[in-house]
Design a protein around this ligand. Structure first.
Ligand SMILES: *[C@@H]1O[C@H](CO)[C@@H](O)[C@H](O)[C@H]1NC(C)=O
Ligand SMILES: *[C@@H]1O[C@H](CO)[C@@H](O)[C@H](O)[C@H]1NC(C)=O
Ligand SMILES: *[C@@H]1O[C@H](CO)[C@@H](O)[C@H](O)[C@H]1NC(C)=O
Ligand SMILES: *[C@@H]1O[C@H](CO)[C@@H](O)[C@H](O)[C@H]1NC(C)=O
Ligand SMILES: [Cu+2]
Length: 670
């Protein structure tokens, strides 16, 4: 392998070279093992509950191949599979019934479930998913959110960055090692399919001896995974088009928990209001349970969760363990995961779990909220499940009473300047020993600033006919969220798998685009930054905060980063202000024990600082996890390593790209 060695990184590259050789070797092994996998026809499971890979993880036993069949298709809530749901609540739990919130609408499902089948494996198992695209007219890919794809960067599932979109009627086999432990999820990475229902849990467990929190709880059950998503009454694409081309809303009216919730009112006998069933989480008094929360969110809808008469004990975020942090409520943003322990130490009863929307789902807008039920095993005549399905905790939950005062983890738009009623991300204390990415000064520092800008995004405005400033109706004047005033232009071929087609000057960024006035004109290009393998990288993410009180959860593929600082400076800020603060040493970084995450938010009018060591070569997407934002270019690529230092793709990996016929060629008139 040819290596270009810049002074500072020579030793790093030699180190990394060893790692790449190691990974190459494991890929070959993996290939061989997959042949075995084919040979022995290890049983495919389609449902999570009885899969052979869902087992007690033990240190000595070798990793397993864990096969899954995923069929992604266009589907519908309350289909005929639902029979008499919600009037007969039991019918809502029939096979293939997706009740949602009671609204009848088109959806996109994996195996006709929302969430899709859970993948539950042990650390270092090989996950093999045959994804069959049964949609009539949409391509798809799946991203394994939280997995770093160390040996398989081409399995990251980002269309036109790591692979070609999988066409309708085609099947693509994803295969990767579950190297990252903890609570993760998978979701479609194309268009609006995630919010239409194409997501599911991906849980990676460890042997007890590797679990620092093992002695703090008694059970870690599949049924205590809690997937949150904001939810709408129509397909995501319909909402997207109405918002961007006309005056449609971008705010979700409600929230689903594990695909369930109450929103639409039906009327039963004697005009009694009836709802589709909420999610239920069952516990036995006297035991402690590990809950795993996944926010698969779609729009600007951070969700606050509280459990009546119970506090929570946070133990992990985005798969990394932290020192136990007790609290009353937990806020999750799109793409984040949190694990907590619930101590079932109250009287045998039913309790509301309350979910309250914030920002676009909050007080000023849709007032979205949802409930789930925490259900103790009631040792009386009601243990009959059917009758319990119609029992609810006392009291009505409303948007207003869905908030509970008390210590809150991950508050909206508050950083380290906050008060003692909040726990902000840099103050969650990592259990893992820290590594050299927390050295005083990083090798590379990037500032990435964003806001909604008053520019004519060329997909939605057309000068001189209907440029941004010509549009009179304020509801049609949608502003464009951008990183550093640049919208990501998605390449026409996948960067990783067809990297030979990348031109030397293909990428742009804040430094290369100086000749354009991107503050006023709309700028779009293949937004990318590049760092050498092994470099310690710091990204200072700034939310300028001028337009709206929004909030953008930012996700980096291929890595976990340390969240070392997070602060709100005011209702708005500027790059210059943050740079000046930094120059004066006024950005206080937690370089001792910050948490490792892969998705983090930035207070509106403030900054968040993240650190990682660039030891995973590849083209990795860095983007806002709100679907309307990433879809229109609030994204960029972090290239780690040179083209030839990034692992090659397997032979016969699918290709795609533009094609046009040369007018002089190919015509064979007779
Ligand atoms: C492949 O299988 C061999 C033998 O079962 C095992 O030692 C090795 O760790 C496996 N490789 C991978 C990458 O799982
Ligand atoms: C839950 O807490 C409330 C308020 O403190 C109290 O009134 C109620 O009795 C408690 N519920 C149970 C079942 O203990
Ligand atoms: C982008 O470049 C301009 C001009 O050099 C500079 O003023 C600005 O601060 C840069 N933005 C960021 C986020 O670094
Ligand atoms: C965009 O224009 C509106 C008024 O039309 C203004 O309130 C807002 O601050 C502007 N946003 C930016 C980022 O300049
Ligand atoms: Cu965003």
């Amino acid at each position: 392998m040819l290596l270009v060695c810049i002074a500072l990184f020579c030793s790093n590259i030699i180190l990394i070279q060893g790692k790449i050789d190691y990974i190459r070797k494991s890929i070959n092994e993996l290939d061989k093992n997959v042949t075995d996998f084919e040979k022995y026809h290890i049983k495919y499971g389609t449902s999570g509950s009885d899969h052979p890979c869902k087992r007690i993880c033990q240190g000595e036993t070798p990793p397993m191949f864990c096969g899954y069949q995923f069929k992604i298709e266009n589907y519908h809530t309350l289909s005929k599979a639902c029979y008499d749901c919600p009037f007969n609540v039991k019918d809502c739990f029939r096979k293939d019934c997706v009740p949602g919130d009671g609204t009848k609408r088109g959806i996109v499902t994996i195996n006709r479930q929302i969430p899709g089948s859970a993948i539950e494996v042990c650390h270092n198992d090989i996950v093999v998913v045959d994804l069959q695209n049964k949609m009539t007219s949409e391509a798809t890919t799946i991203h394994w959110h939280g997995q770093h794809q160390i040996a398989t960067p081409y399995m990251d599932g980002v269309p036109f960055i790591t692979q070609c979109p999988i066409l309708p009627h085609n099947t693509f086999r994803y295969m990767f090692q579950a190297t990252e432990v903890g609570t993760h999820f998978y979701h479609s990475h194309i268009g609006m399919q995630r919010v239409d229902g194409a997501f599911g849990p991906l849980i990676v467990r460890v042997p007890d001896e590797e679990n620092p929190h093992k002695h703090h709880y008694d059970f870690d059950l599949s049924e205590h995974v809690m997937v949150i998503i904001d939810w709408n009454s129509e397909l995501g694409i319909e909402m997207f088009l109405a918002h961007h081309h006309n005056d449609g809303t971008n705010k979700s009216p409600t929230i689903l928990i594990n695909g369930l919730g109450r929103f639409k009112t039906f009327y039963g006998r004697a005009n009694k209001p009836i709802y589709t069933p909420p999610a239920r989480f069952k516990v036995k008094q006297g035991y402690r349970y590990r809950f795993r929360v996944i926010n698969a969110g779609f729009l600007n809808c951070p969700v606050e969760m509280t459990i009546d008469n119970h506090s929570i004990n946070l133990i992990s975020s985005d798969g990394s363990d932290i020192i136990i942090t007790p609290a009353t409520s937990l806020v999750t943003f799109a793409g984040e995961r949190f694990d907590f322990i619930l101590n079932a130490d109250q009287v045998n009863d039913l309790y509301w779990i309350r979910f309250k929307g914030n920002l676009d789902c909050g007080e000023k807008f849709t007032k979205a909220f949802q409930v789930a039920v925490l259900q103790y095993d009631l040792h009386d005549d009601l243990t009959d499940d059917d009758r319990l399905l119609n029992k609810f905790p006392r009291g009505q939950v409303t948007f207003e009473n869905a908030h509970v005062d008390g210590l809150q983890i991950n508050p909206v738009n508050i950083g380290t300047e906050g008060n003692d009623q909040v726990v902000v991300m840099p103050y969650l204390e990592s259990i893992r020993p820290v590594d050299e990415s927390l050295k005083e000064i990083a090798d590379f520092q990037f500032y990435i600033a964003y806001d909604f800008y008053n520019v004519s995004h060329t997909e939605f405005y057309k000068s001189p006919y209907y440029a941004f400033f010509d549009v009179k109706n304020p509801r049609q004047k949608v502003r464009t969220p951008q990183f550093n005033h640049i919208s990501m232009e998605i390449p026409s071929f996948p960067l990783l798998s067809q990297r030979e087609e990348i031109a030397d000057d293909m990428f742009c960024n804040n430094d290369t685009i100086q000749n354009k006035n991107c503050l006023e004109e709309y700028c779009t290009c293949a937004h990318g930054i590049k760092v050498p393998i092994g470099a310690v990288v710091e990204i200072v993410i700034i939310d300028e905060g001028l337009s709206y009180d929004a909030n953008h959860p930012i996700h980096l593929h291929g890595y976990s980063f340390y969240v070392v600082a997070m602060e709100r400076l005011g209702t708005s800020t500027t790059v210059a202000e943050v740079k000046e603060k930094d120059a004066k040493g006024l950005i206080r970084r937690n370089l001792d024990n910050p948490p490792l995450k892969d998705t983090v938010t930035v207070p509106d009018g403030g900054y968040t600082v993240v650190r990682f060591r660039a030891n995973n070569p590849g083209y990795w997407l860095f983007h806002c996890h709100l679907e309307f934002h990433s879809e229109i270019g609030m994204a960029m690529v972090v290239q780690v390593g040179e083209k030839n230092e990034i692992l090659p793709v397997p032979h016969n990996f699918p290709k795609c790209g533009d094609y046009s016929l040369d007018p002089m060629e190919g015509m064979h008139w007779s």
